[in-house]
Design a protein around this ligand. Structure first.
Ligand code: FAD
Length: 471
């Protein structure tokens, strides 16, 4: 029998459910395929940094599989529709009997997979796996068998299920014959941008090492450290999780190995809770496909009349708003492809609630820059910040960008990393450099605030209230 593993967002050999299932029959011939779809990626705003990260990991996966006697071919078509025909031809010409893949939960991806199964009919047996989640979407529901709309009860039910049985990790497949020679692969035709390898070293083993290191001690301090962007207090594993170099099961098991009480609320529980947020947003995508269609979860918020100030939008993108914490964060994003979670909340809130710019524009911009871009988490985060989502911040809760800076970067250590033009500003004024410039009668090489927060807040509340009334 010939088994084909179709790799997508699961670029690893360890704990890969589809790969493991394909290798279960020791006599089967196992092959792998990765089909690049640049046209589709463009439509999904995939960032050039994520494209580079995928490319690097496709190469390391090719090498890891070759060592095990499995050939991974890399093909390229334009979009998902084209990948269907391509897969069919490939299956026919290689006499494939069974196709194995791990589910993706975004709408286009699910439609593609349904079409593949239909197209291959009974010629090729298709087997899909819930691999990128701890528990399958649809399996954690209320008493009425509905998806939870609020996180806390979801999380409680989720942990209860984990107590009943943990999802197991599967090991990497054993070698199936002699190692193959690695081929020179052609890079796909999509813009790529260099990834800082000190922040995001390439390779599955590197991701596992980073996970181990984080779970040894930092995870126990996570609750205290996670909100301070100047500290290295979070795992930075999102880039690996987003493209499946690492699985959430690996995260869970490593956490429990180091901190067995994490499921009972002991050390590590707060980090586990973040992994459950990741699950929550994935389960929501499946329960509410409209989230993949640029629609808000709360319908009335679609009536908010957004402002379309192009200059302000560009100032936000470039980190030139005059609010140091917002600007430092945007520059971190632009320079590295990653932004600290607290700052994702602050910058998203600023775009929506201070500039009254449509959250969908911010969501798109983030996707176009993030190395860890993930539709479920990004959409979830944006809808949370914009108060349009499930269990989102209520619309009248509006972050003050200056006090957020004061609370989470008191002395401006993070700000100074990214805004060298504020080097000389004393700590006391680091969040309000305009006041210092005024006091010292200086001109800073840094913009004045592009909005007055107090006035913006009033305007935003009015816009949301008007939208709610017009429901
Ligand atoms: P840690 O704090 O170490 O958390 C561990 C893992 O849990 C993360 O790697 C991630 O996979 C998951 N996680 C943590 N927080 C969340 C969360 N709030 N929602 C969903 N999953 C979470 N995360 C992405 O992976 N991709 C995105 O595109 C993305 N966009 C976001 C946009 C906005 C506006 C907001 C507010 C949040 C977004 N997040 C996104 C969630 C979160 O900011 C990142 O997952 C986190 O900063 C990644 O850093 P880390 O790996 O050090 O996280």
């Amino acid at each position: 029998a010939t088994h084909l593993v179709w790799f997508r967002n699961d670029l690893r050999v360890n704990d890969n459910l589809a790969l493991s299932a394909a290798c279960r029959d020791p006599d089967a011939r196992v092959m792998g395929i990765f089909i690049a779809t640049p046209g589709q990626w463009r439509q999904h705003d995939m960032s050039p940094r994520q494209a580079e990260f995928i490319w690097q990991h496709v190469q390391s996966l090719h090498a890891a599989l070759a060592q095990r006697g499995i050939n991974l071919v890399i093909h390229e078509v334009d979009n998902f529709d084209d990948s269907l025909a391509h897969l069919k031809t490939f299956c026919t010409s290689h006499n494939v009997d069974a196709l194995f893949y791990n589910y993706q939960y975004e709408l286009n991806e699910r439609q593609r997979d349904a079409a593949v199964e239909k197209m291959l009919g009974c010629e090729v047996i298709c087997q899909g796996f819930d691999d990128s989640v701890l528990l399958p979407p649809g399996s954690v529901t209320t008493g009425n068998h509905e998806m939870y709309k609020v996180f806390t009860p979801f999380s409680r039910a989720f942990i209860k299920q984990l107590h009943e049985g943990l999802p197991e990790c599967v090991s990497a497949p054993k070698a199936r014959g002699a190692a193959l020679e690695t081929q020179k692969l052609n890079a796909f035709d999509y813009p790529r941008k260099a990834v800082d390898s000190t922040l995001f070293p390439v390779g599955e083993q590197q991701a596992i090492n980073q996970l181990r290191q984080f779970c040894r001690q930092p995870v126990a301090d996570y609750q205290q450290q996670r909100d301070f962007p100047a500290n290295d207090g979070t795992s930075r594993l999102s880039a690996y999780l987003a493209i499946g170099v690492l699985s959430p099961r690996q995260c869970l098991h490593r956490l429990l190995k180091e901190h067995p009480q994490a499921l009972e609320g002991g050390a590590g529980a707060v980090w586990l809770n973040e992994l459950i947020w990741r699950e929550f947003y994935r389960h929501l995508l499946v329960a509410y496909p409209k989230l993949c269609r640029h629609q808000p979860f709360i319908s009335w918020t679609d009536n908010v009349v957004w402002q379309q100030d192009e200059a302000q939008f560009i100032a936000w993108q470039q980190g030139q708003t005059g609010f140091p914490i917002v600007d430092a964060a945007m520059r971190q994003l632009n320079a590295t492809g990653w932004m600290h979670n607290r700052l994702r909340m602050v910058t998203a809130s600023f775009l929506v609630k201070d500039l009254l710019i449509d959250w969908r524009l911010g969501e798109r911009y983030f996707m176009s820059q993030l190395i860890d871009g993930d539709l479920a988490a990004n959409n979830g985060g944006w809808q949370w910040a914009a108060s349009t989502g499930t269990d989102a911040a209520p619309y009248f809760r509006i972050f003050n960008p200056t006090t957020q800076g004061e609370r989470f970067d008191a002395k401006g250590a993070f700000i100074r990393q990214w805004l060298p033009e504020l080097n000389d500003v004393p700590d006391k004024f680091i969040h309000t450099p305009w006041l210092w410039a005024q006091k010292e009668q200086l001109t800073l090489d840094y913009p004045q605030p592009i909005v007055d927060h107090k006035q913006a807040r009033i305007a935003t509340l009015a816009a949301y209230e008007a939208a709610r009334k017009s429901e």
